[in-house]
Each structure stands twice: as structure tokens, then as C-alpha cells.
Design a protein around this ligand. Structure first.
Ligand code: ADP
Ligand code: MG
Length: 258
């Protein structure tokens, strides 16, 4: 069971400024019209799980939220900054947004600590001592303090993914995006990664999580969004979307997972 209490503590009212605001978002790759008008608001501290069949546009949606892909149309606003403004400082926006991928993308020739300090020094211009301090603090958070001097190849997939999460956290993001963070892991390693994500949720991090882990979605998400064919088909509480889906497409998708 989740130990989260913040949903009740921090009732999100309509006048709360959303941390992420997506409106009328379209994305095409050539003739392939992948996102067909996405409207989504995510409040500060909210955890939203995005589910849906392969090819429905989940990764493209996340990638539009940190401008790894440029939207074809519509607006994306993160922390009050409009990403779709042509004059936006993309680097400044990306610093606010941590992203964790299915593949961990650690530098194999660097130690765990060096993997965490490099982006802090390059992007945030932190000095060596400060970067090392923040690295140690975040390795501690994901339970890997003792792996500080190890190389990624000596770690399990689950440990590597926790390092990737720590690396993103070391940048001090206000939003974390996860794209199927446990899909590449052996089943016995999934739990440790989900536990770290659950801790972040409990701490109040704003999170968008693409996942097929329905137990995680049910227990940790404030909302579940079901996407199909580049649109949001359903958006509601886990109880609504997973427990009693209103749409046949959602029911069909869930029946194949369970
Ligand atoms: P999902 O994550 O839900 O499986 P994706 O967002 O990865 O879906 O992909 C949705 C569609 O967009 C697919 O048809 C895919 O081929 C296409 N697509 C994704 N990224 C690119 C890209 N960089 N270039 C061309 N097509 C892409
Ligand atoms: Mg994907």
C-alpha cells in the first residue's frame, strides 16, 4: 500500500497554477500525424501515469514536454514558461525537467559519481566539490551510496536505472518525466526502481510516468491518462480509468495487460 498522504493534504483546486499545461498539442513526423490534439494539465506535486498501446504517442508526448521533439502545433507550458514560444531558453527549461528513459544512457567510461557530476558541472556550472556533494546526496536517496566509485557495467539494470534517476535529480528538477523506466529490466529488479519513484511521489515531485505497471499506477498515481491513436481517450483517477473504464478502447487495452 502507498503511504502517500499528500493528495489529501494538498487539495488541488481549479485556481492552482498547473506545473504542466498542454493544450491542443499536435505532432507530425512527415505524413504521420502522431499527436492529434492533446489537452492535459498536471498540478504541482501531481503524479500522472500515461498508459496506452504501443505507437499511441506516449513517448512523443513526453518528448514534447521537454522539447526533445518540437511540437507541430499547440502549446506546452512548464512552470509558467511557454516552451512553444520560439524565443524560449530551451536549456533553462530543460534544467527544470528531469527525464528517465527505458535505456539508462549512462556513460560507460565514467564512474557512477562522475555520471552524476558531469551534467551538473557542464550545465549548471557547479564547482567540483558542490557537484560531488549533490551527487552523494542523491545516490544516498536512491540507496546506492556504496556504488559511488563503481562503473555502470558492474551494476544490475535496476541499479543503473536508479543511478539514472539520481543523475536527473542532481539537476534539481521541478518535474520528472519517466518513459517506461522499468520495461528493460528483469522482473526481479523492477521493484527497487518503482520504490524510488514512489519515494519521489511521496516527497511531492510532479511526475509524468509512461508505464505498464498497473499496480504502481493504481497505488501511486493521482491520475491515469489512457492514450490511443494520438489522443487522450480517458483521464481520471486510477479507480476510474483502471477500475471502471468508460471506453471500450480502454477496457480492451487493460484486458490484454491483466
Ligand atoms: P509509444 O511511445 O506510445 O509507443 P511513440 O510516441 O514512440 O509511441 O510513437 C508514435 C508514432 O510516432 C509511431 O508511429 C512512431 O513510429 C512515430 N515516431 C516516433 N518518433 C519518431 C521519430 N523521431 N521520427 C519518425 N516517427 C516517429
Ligand atoms: Mg514509447
Amino acid at each position: 500500500m502507498s503511504t502517500r498522504t499528500r493528495t489529501a493534504d494538498t487539495a488541488r483546486t481549479a485556481d492552482t497554477v498547473p506545473e504542466i499545461e498542454i493544450s491542443g498539442l499536435h505532432k507530425s513526423f512527415g505524413d504521420n500525424h502522431v499527436l492529434r490534439g492533446i489537452d492535459l494539465e498536471i498540478g504541482t506535486g501531481e503524479v500522472v501515469c500515461v498508459i496506452g498501446p504501443s505507437g499511441s504517442g506516449k513517448s512523443t508526448l513526453l518528448r514534447c514536454v521537454n522539447l526533445l521533439e518540437e511540437p507541430t502545433g499547440g502549446r506546452v507550458v512548464v512552470g509558467g514558461t511557454e516552451l512553444t514560444d520560439p524565443d524560449v531558453d530551451i536549456d533553462a527549461v530543460r534544467r527544470r525537467i528531469g527525464m528517465v528513459f527505458q535505456q539508462f544512457n549512462l556513460f560507460p567510461h565514467l564512474t557512477v559519481t562522475e555520471n552524476l557530476t558531469l551534467p551538473q558541472r557542464r550545465v549548471l556550472r557547479r564547482d567540483k566539490a558542490e557537484a560531488a556533494r549533490v551527487a552523494a546526496e542523491n545516490l544516498q536517496r536512491v540507496g546506492l551510496a556504496e556504488k559511488a566509485d563503481a562503473y555502470p557495467s558492474s551494476l544490475s539494470g535496476g541499479q543503473q536505472q536508479r543511478v539514472a534517476i539520481a543523475r536527473a535529480l542532481a539537476m534539481g528538477p521541478s518535474v520528472m518525466l519517466f518513459d517506461e523506466p522499468t520495461s528493460a529490466l528483469d522482473p526481479e529488479l523492477v521493484g527497487d526502481v518503482l520504490a524510488v519513484m514512489r519515494m519521489l511521489a511521496d516527497e511531492g515531485m510532479t511526475m509524468m510516468v509512461v508505464t505498464h505497471e498497473m499496480t504502481f499506477a493504481r497505488e501511486v498515481a493521482d491520475r491515469v491518462v489512457f492514450m490511443d491513436g494520438g489522443v487522450v481517450v480517458e483521464d481520471g483517477t486510477p479507480g476510474q480509468v483502471i477500475g471502471s473504464p468508460a471506453h471500450e478502447r480502454t477496457r480492451h487495452f487493460l484486458s490484454r495487460l491483466l
